[in-house]
Design a binder for this molecule. Sequence first.
Ligand code: FAD
Length: 408
Amino acid sequence: MTSYDVLIVGAGHAGAQAAVVLRQQGYEGTVAIVGDEPEIPYERPPLSKDYLAGEKAFERILIRPATFWGERKVEMLTGRRVTQVDPAAKTVTIAGGEQIGYGTLIWAAGGSPRMLPCEGADLKGIHVVRTRADADAMKDALDHVTDVVVVGGGYIGLEAAAVLSKFGKKVTVLEALPRVLARVAGEPLSRFYEEEHRAHGVDVRLDAKMAGFVGEAGALTGVRMADGEIIPAQMAIVGIGIIPAVAPLLEAGATGGNGVDVDQFCQTSLPDIYAIGDCAAHANDFCDGEHIRLESVQNANDQASCVAKGIMGDRQPYHAVPWFWSNQYDLKLQTVGLSTGHDDIVVRGEPASRNFSVVYLKQGRVIALDCVNATKDYVQGRKLVIDRISPDRDKLADAGVPLKELVA
Ligand code: FAD
């Protein structure tokens, strides 16, 4: 049986970064990454943005070129799915029966898209966007598509809607809640994006009650709404979140549920097993220690660094300010902090100018910012979030006052 000093499960953002940082820090033990996709690690955000739009080739979204991994002696065991973990024997089992031993296991398996358990869910033409294969399947089908329904008004669904409407498709977005981005952003941002999409011809439907998919000869022809209306669609994109890929760890006895629980060093309840990235449920300092999973490149990279440095003896608790971005049309959104639990919102600038920021406060202190085409606010506002500063509210609302002046 082959064994590695560090075995990483999941060849995505977090897994790749863990290996990169281990080698950067001078780690000399053996390192391998097991991943169930055929590709070496690549960036996922472009899958709903410029890769989907055909503006970036796959080679340009690789996290590191193929030669990097060989030069750094990181073994890439792609196309292999881990089905079991045995923490006592310190082995994992790959589908098909192969076993691999480990000294330390880093679980970085992300999650798989949540599907809709409704009528017609297995029709051809229903897509999700998580992998390169998913994005390629959409791109391959596009020539035969005139109408697209996006189920879910979250970032991924809205980004895909923006790309497809630019391609001239007739796009409908179905959001079950009263506003898009409801789980991640405040109302001003939701309303702004709803209007932007409508201005680009997207039919944004809120409080939308979908009943199922309808088709002919196994292929999607439309989406049936609860009131009986059928919205024509040859393509549907379901973007309603992910289910964290943690079953083998939970079956091995790790605590968790929605993800696997980790402590402040990203360690699971099982010995020598860490979990990082989308699948790791951790107490986050930027939402009062609430136990959450973050689905962002920032979190994947920073948790990976935290674990890799810990393995090298520099054990520091995970404490990184969350940040995120989203590109839709010519709008660049940059967010910092977590707005969960805010009790006040200040809008800096005019949304109609397409250059503004939404600032979230809790008990007078800044906890998050969403900046639309407002990179200066994003850069200067980070400190307000990190230090939970309590600024003068009038100055905060005045877009003419640079945020750096409120930091002192
Ligand atoms: P992943 O990158 O998903 O990697 C996990 C890997 O593990 C996958 O390859 C998976 O197939 C594999 N795997 C799962 N189970 C097993 C198993 N049992 N055995 C072996 N391998 C396994 N974040 C941002 O910050 N900004 C954005 O703009 C943004 N846009 C996004 C757009 C899209 C379309 C998507 C899908 C995500 C986006 N994200 C964005 C989120 C970001 O990509 C994720 O947070 C990040 O990829 C998480 O990294 P991860 O390593 O935890 O998981």
